[in-house]
Structures are given as structure tokens and as C-alpha cells.
Write a protein of this length. Sequence first.
Length: 91
Amino acid sequence: MDNLNTKTTGLALGITSAIIYIICAATYWIWPNLVINYSNYLFHGVDITAITNKAITFGNTIIGLIIIFVSAYLIGILFAALYNSLNNTHK
């Protein structure tokens, strides 16, 4: 198998995560209770209702978008580097 390009993999994961983040934020703005209930199922019965903030600002959303993109980009780079390293040792 071919090696992965670390920057391309990081960028793909960053963009994918940003798109999911935007969809989640938009859904929360339109149907906050739906997202809260959905999240409660994901967190194995932990009730996040008490810690949710229904007054999320546009600025906070942009900061969150930047954080998720950069984090996912770095995780994608790490993933590709580890993949390449393991791929090269098993040839």
C-alpha cells in the first residue's frame, strides 16, 4: 500500500470535522432540544441538560470551528505519520 500524504490527510480530516461541526451548530441553533437529547444518548446516559448553554454566540461558534479544525488537522497528520511508519515496517 502507498504511504499517505500527512498534510493532505490532516487537511481532509480538518475539513471533514469542520463540516460536521457546522452542521451540529446549525442544528443546535434550530432545534436545541433535539441536539441535547441526541447527545444524552451518545454519552451513555449522562444528562448534559444541566451543563448546556442555549445562548451560544456566533463568535463562540467561530472559535470552536477554528479549534476543531486545527485539532483535527493535527490528529490527521499524526494518523498519517503513524500509518506511514507502520506501513513501512510491515513491507
